[in-house]
Design a protein around this ligand. Structure first.
Ligand code: AVJ
Length: 322
């Protein structure tokens, strides 16, 4: 571990990038059929996601931005001086400037992402822009992460940062385990700033995942294109449709690929058959209430210090401390 060009350090934990081939076969063998949403994000899928954040119906990205910006002084005040930021799933590091620039004497910015190329590119360009040392860790946030010692000035405390309501993709158990690991990584006296999408009118939720332009549908259907291109799968894309709905009992949007007629997906000569209406479950996006967040956080070393929402109560920024 050593300084790396413009970066204070680059730590590569060689995260398991996932085996699309093995996971597709495993998921298609299950009943009900499912696959991890992480396979949405190839280059084209990441572009489609960026376009989703700009469609009229998809409110989370712009609402979160408004919550952070409208409450920036209070949020950064509650974090206090001398914090070093550790961003989980930093991607293009787009949501960091308001935080670094608002904090009193920020100590450092450490970007963490599973995608090595994307991470390094973003971290190096942030090193040019931010008034603090910038570092990068290539890792999977579903595995333990240990911060390297003696490569940054000792911060007053660590601030975990996890915007985008990505926590909503996880099951309750996985979310709990994630928050426990984050506390281990960030150490005692840490804080954690979490962006979460809130429960709201079902029509608004369902519209956000069924935009009129069909960008979300294309994002979902891209999984089938990837199976054909990368796994040599034999399937008829036209036999499937995008299907997204709000599951009230589970407080989550579910995305599926639904067979519009009996069909099959064949991989390695193995046929996985779909009855008409049968689905491949591709994503859960849990929606929270502040009570639910408190219940979840209670099972971890964190406690909920304060939460900020937009005037409509659609999205929350939660500040936790351990
Ligand atoms: C990136 C997981 C927050 O759940 O809203 C957007 C992904 N899926 N439209 C979300 C997504 C369909 C998004 N997250």
């Amino acid at each position: 571990i050593a300084p790396c060009g413009a970066l204070a350090f680059f730590l590569d934990l060689h995260p398991d990038q996932g085996d699309f081939h093995a996971d597709a076969i495993e998921g298609l063998s299950k009943s009900p059929k499912s696959i991890s949403p992480k396979y949405f994000y190839d280059e084209y899928g990441s572009q489609l996601f960026d376009r989703i954040t700009e469609v009229e119906e998809y409110y989370p990205t712009r609402t979160e931005k408004a919550v952070f910006e409208d409450n920036a002084a209070e949020i950064t005040g509650a974090v206090g001086p001398g914090a070093a930021i550790f961003e989980y799933g930093s991607g293009s590091s787009e949501k960091i400037e308001w935080l670094v620039n608002g904090l009193e004497k920020p100590a450092a910015y450490v970007a963490m992402d599973i995608s090595r190329e994307y991470l390094l590119e973003a971290a190096v360009s942030m090193a040019d822009v931010l008034p603090v040392p910038v570092a990068a860790i290539c890792a999977d946030f579903h595995s333990p992460i240990e911060l390297p010692k003696n490569v940054l000035p000792e911060p007053n405390h660590w601030l975990g940062y996890f915007p985008g309501s990505t926590l909503g993709n996880m099951s309750r158990d996985a979310a709990e385990a994630f928050l426990k690991r984050a506390s281990d990584t960030l150490g005692e006296g840490a804080q954690f700033l979490l962006g979460v999408d809130l429960v709201k009118d079902k029509k608004i939720l369902e519209a956000a995942y069924n935009d009129a332009e069909g960008v979300t549908a294309a994002f979902n259907m891209n999984l089938l294109t990837r199976m054909k291109a990368e796994l040599d799968a034999r399937l008829n894309i036209g036999d499937f449709e995008h299907y997204a709905f709000y599951n009230d009992a589970e407080d989550r949007i579910e995305m599926h690929l639904r067979a519009v007629r009996p069909t099959e997906i064949v991989i390695d000569g193995k046929a996985f058959s779909f009855a008409e209406g049968e689905t491949l479950h591709t994503e859960n996006s849990h929606k929270f209430t502040l009570e639910k967040i408190e219940d979840l956080v209670k099972e971890t070393p964190w406690r909920l210090e304060k939460a900020w929402t937009d005037p409509k109560g659609w999205f929350a920024a939660c500040l936790l401390s351990n």
